[in-house]
Each structure stands twice: as C-alpha cells, then as structure tokens.
Ligand binder design. Structure first.
Ligand SMILES: [Zn+2]
Length: 375
C-alpha cells in the first residue's frame, strides 16, 4: 500500500527529480525496470549541443506497467514542451517510486511516455529541434492553417533584433499599445495561441508533423490501440498560480470526452471554451494526436499544468530563448544566463514546489484512474 505523501521519510519528493535530461532518462528507465514494467525507446535523430549524451543519444522512453492487452490504460506524457520535462519526469518517476502502479485494477495498465520532446528537454527549450511547439503541431497540415494576424503585427516586438534593456523597453511598449487597443486577451492570443507563418518565431506549429508527433502516434497505437478506454495526462508547467496543478479540459465542448472530464473533475476542470483556463486558446495540441491514434477507444484527456512564476516572466523567458536561437550565441554569458532563466521559469527547483507538484499529481492520478475505471 502507498503511504500518505509527506508521511514518508525514506525518500523525499526532491529525489524523484533530476538535474538534466540524461539523468532524468536514466532515473526513469531504472524506475520502470524496478517496477517490473516493459521499456521501449525511440531515438530522436537530432543532435544536441547542450549536454554530453550517452551512446543512445536523445530518446523518448516508454514504460508500460501492467497487462499488455489491458482494456483500460492510464497514459502520462512529459516534456511535450522540452524544458517542462524536469517536472514531468519527476512526477512519472515519483509515481513509480511510490508504488502507485500497485493501485491499478485488473485489466488496467499504466503507460508512461518520458520526454516526448527530448531535444527541447536537453537544450532547455520549450520547442523541439526545429523550433516547433509540439502543442501546436497536431493540426491537419493538409488544410489551411489557423491565421494569427496579431502575431504578424507584433513579431518584431516579440523578438527584437537585439536583446538589450533599451530594445526590450521599446518592444514592450509596442506590445502594451497593442493590448490597449485590442485588449489583454488579444495580446495573449497574438503571442501564444500559435502561428504557422514564421518558422523562426515563438509558438510556431510547424509545416508538417514532427518526429515527436509521429512517435506519439506510434507509441499510442502500439501500446493502447486495442484498449477500449484510455485516459491521458499531459504534464506541463508555466501557467497559473505557483505550485498549483490546474486541470485543463483538452476536449472541444459538446464532445463525449469533454463531458467525461467534467464528470470526473466537476468545476475544477478549466476550459478554454468557457474562458476559465490559464492557457490562451490553442489549436493542434497533443490530445488531437491521441484521439487520432486511438479511434476505437473512449479517450479522455487533460493537461495538468503547474504554475511557477507570473505570466509576464514566463513570456519574457520564451521570447529570450527565441532571440537566443535566432540571433544569439549559446556559448556566451548572455546565452548561459537566458538558459538558466528559462530553466528556472519552468522548473523552480525548490523543495516546497516539488512537494506540491508530487502531492497534486498523486491526487490527479487517483481521480483519473477512478474515472477511467468507472466509465
Ligand atoms: Zn507546456
């Protein structure tokens, strides 16, 4: 049986978290093996300049715990936004270390996807090896992309040519002026809802399915294809109050999945469509990929989004990272400072924050599992 979180003294919450992608990968693989799970690994072809990787390079690792032909599967995925993988990895490792797989009923399996975007995790970036935001990439690339005229208007302010206090002040003034005319929500949509016109810019959704998009599709079809019910938790950080894990309903209003999330979590589940979510409205998130990969299953998906710092700071680090990628030098004082800031923005690395993250993850795990087994 699982002891109450916080009542254990053999292992502290911070022990589940790792300081680098490579350390997280190794810790996850060990935890899956120690749980008697089956490990598979998908090699990302990109190279990485930030940390020395072992011979396996960059991989998305998958742990399947429970029967291979399970009727019900609880899925969690980390590092959809690479640098957010520090938290997501800690949660996945924590669940295994706490023995939570022991709570799975018969005919139910746990599928853990570790580092869906391994390049972004290792490089301390939200985006992937091609500057694509995976949570905007699961659109139908054969159809016209959603337009974002606000982004086009503000692109040079979002990422100014130089990253100096003067240039930033002028850029911020332009963005403030836009918000005065169009409203704060319009500014948020312009900057972060996603855009498909500027491959170098922030929140770019890509022009074709990414490696991670294909990889998620393969993983879900292979492991969860035969299941009749699948519940998916996509683990994120950066939005909302510090340490709080917001449950975001990933489905469109009016769908069965939307109603199930409401049923399982009541008013606690926020929604873009109702304006209650901390996220700007987005298109092409990973749940679209889950629904596409599992046409025969009842799929119920949420984003579990942990707050870290105020939104203005988060956006600033995303813009800085984007500037660094286009105009800056990674191996420079400014480059190192930008990377340290984005890491801290998405992974506060304090014991208190980690305790909140783990405690909430345990609660959400149990509620997702209860919903999955009830429906
Ligand atoms: Zn995220």
């Amino acid at each position: 049986m699982l002891a109450a979180v916080g009542g254990r003294d053999a292992m502290l919450e911070r022990d589940y978290f790792s300081d680098s992608y490579s350390a997280a990968r190794m810790r996850f693989r060990q935890a899956v093996q120690a749980s008697g799970g089956r490990l598979t690994s998908h090699r990302n072809p990109a190279t990485c300049r930030s940390e020395s990787l072992g011979p396996d390079g960059l991989t998305t690792d998958v742990g399947m715990i429970g029967p291979a032909e399970a009727k019900r599967i609880l899925v969690a995925q980390s590092a959809t936004h690479g640098v957010e993988g520090f938290a997501g990895s800690g949660i996945e490792v924590g669940w295994l270390a706490m023995g939570m797989a022991g709570e799975l009923p018969k005919d139910t399996a746990l599928l853990l996807i570790h580092a869906l975007n391994p390049h972004g995790f290792a490089m301390l970036s939200r985006v992937n090896e091609n500057n694509v935001d995976l949570n905007r990439n699961f659109v139908d690339h054969g159809r016209p992309y959603p337009a974002n005229p606000g982004y086009v208007e503000l692109r040079n302010a979002i990422c100014p040519r130089t990253w100096t206090p003067e240039a930033l002040k002028a850029a911020d003034a332009r963005m403030d002026a836009y918000a005065k005319v169009h409203g704060a929500a319009a500014l948020r949509a312009a900057t972060s809802s996603g855009q498909y016109v500027d491959p170098e810019g922030v929140f770019h959704g890509g022009r074709k399915p990414t490696w991670s998009n294909h990889t998620l599709d393969q993983i879900l079809r292979h492991h969860a294809g035969p299941a009749s019910a699948v519940a998916i938790i996509d683990l994120h950080t950066g939005l909302g109050p510090s340490g709080y894990g917001e449950i975001m309903n990933g489905h469109q209003a009016g769908t069965d999945g939307y109603a199930r999330v409401k049923d399982w979590f009541g008013g606690e589940a926020t929604s873009n469509e109702e304006g209650s979510s901390s996220s700007a409205p987005i298109t092409g998130d990973t749940l679209v990929g889950g629904l596409r990969a599992l046409p025969r299953a009842k799929v119920t998906g949420i984003t579990l989004e942990y707050g870290t710092f105020p939104l203005s700071e988060i956006l600033r680090t995303i813009r800085a990272d984007n500037w660094l990628r286009i105009h800056g030098e990674l191996d420079s004082e400014l480059g190192r400072s930008i990377k340290a800031e984005i890491r801290r923005a998405f992974y506060p690395d304090t014991d208190q924050w980690k305790r909140s993250v783990i405690a909430r993850s345990v609660e959400v795990y149990r509620r997702m599992l209860a919903g999955l087994c009830r429906d």
